[in-house]
Design a protein around this ligand. Structure first.
Ligand code: NVA
Length: 306
């Protein structure tokens, strides 16, 4: 049993470490040179499509002096062509870390239990912690602070919402999530954030009304209504999420200075109106760019701490 540290959930970093990772991301973005990954090979194994995550990990690893090796969904057959634990054991013999995107969160748990190298969650059905690193960096850059910031998340209580709730509770933000009945944040996450909020001074409110959620918000955030792997639910979801679109009219209910965020890819006409990503209030492309910097901050931290 190895005691190597993984990043499968936002809560795998203590709140102080989360702030440190974001600070490192910001320093690297500002041009601080680093060869923290010199001589290191990082395996990247994705079972779902990706633009930002693949690009940001490959560029980030290269900039830190490391060597990324990408495996597409067809190549490895995680748990099909070869047992999950055997893939983890083989990667552990040759690579210095593994970045995994898969379906059920249990798969990455099983992978990391057999791995003797750090494993990073690049999205599962349960969490998207690397997205949260970029989200927190973007919020801090645009609003000056994470503590006390008011974020309204409109839509599905999915992987992105779960990680965001954990991240904001760790850093003292106030999060209101407006979701239709049946698509709310899981009860487990709502209870996991309680001690984090108690320690940080943050809060979480779960409601159904998007207008109520955005009034008073510094940031309005949304994600797709149908996540990868849920395609067969699309029709039911389009029906359930009617009235939850983020558009200029909804943003007009928020205070002046509100910023709009989306983890992308977006589906204009569904969770956002056409053109919202280039509305003057949108910081979605800064957020996308910060995937690069915040993940570099994470890798830097994982390979240089202690
Ligand atoms: N919730 C979305 C996020 C995509 C980056 C999904 O899992 O498909």
């Amino acid at each position: 049993m190895s005691n190597v540290r993984h990043f499968l959930s936002v809560t795998d970093l203590a709140p102080s470490e989360l702030r440190e990772v974001i600070a490192r991301g910001r320093a690297l973005k500002a041009g601080e040179p680093s060869g923290a990954l010199a001589g290191k090979s990082i395996a990247i194994l994705f079972e779902k499509p990706s633009l930002r995550t693949k690009l940001s990990f490959e560029v980030g690893i290269s900039r830190l002096g490391g060597h990324p090796i990408y495996f597409s969904p067809e190549e490895v057959g995680l748990g099909k062509r070869e047992p999950v634990q055997d893939v983890a054991r083989v990667m552990s013999r040759m690579a210095d870390a593994a970045v995994i995107r898969t379906f059920d969160h249990n798969i990455i748990e099983e992978f990391s239990a057999a791995a003797t190298i750090p494993v990073i969650n690049a999205l599962t059905d349960g969490e998207h912690p690397c997205q949260t690193l970029a989200d927190l960096q973007t919020i801090e850059e645009s609003k000056g602070s994470l503590k006390g910031v008011r974020v309204a998340y409109i839509g599905d209580g999915n992987n992105v919402a779960i990680s965001l709730a954990l991240g904001m509770a760790s850093t003292g933000g106030h999060l209101t999530i407006a979701s239709p009945p049946g698509y709310v944040l899981p009860e487990k996450t709502a209870s996991d954030v309680v001690p984090l909020n108690a320690a940080s001074g943050g809060s979480l409110k779960l409601i159904t009304d998007p207008v109520e959620a955005v009034s008073g918000a510094d940031i309005v955030y949304t994600d797709v209504w149908t996540s990868m792997g849920q395609e067969e639910e699309r029709r039911a979801r389009l029906e359930a999420f009617k009235g939850y679109q983020v558009n200029p009219e909804l943003l007009d209910n928020a205070p002046a200075g509100v910023c709009f965020m989306h983890d992308l890819p977006a589906h204009p006409g569904e969770e956002i109106s056409d053109g919202l990503l280039i509305d003057p209030r949108s910081i979605a492309f800064d957020q996308a760019e910060n995937r690069l910097h915040s993940q570099a901050g994470l890798l830097h931290y994982m390979f240089t701490q202690g």
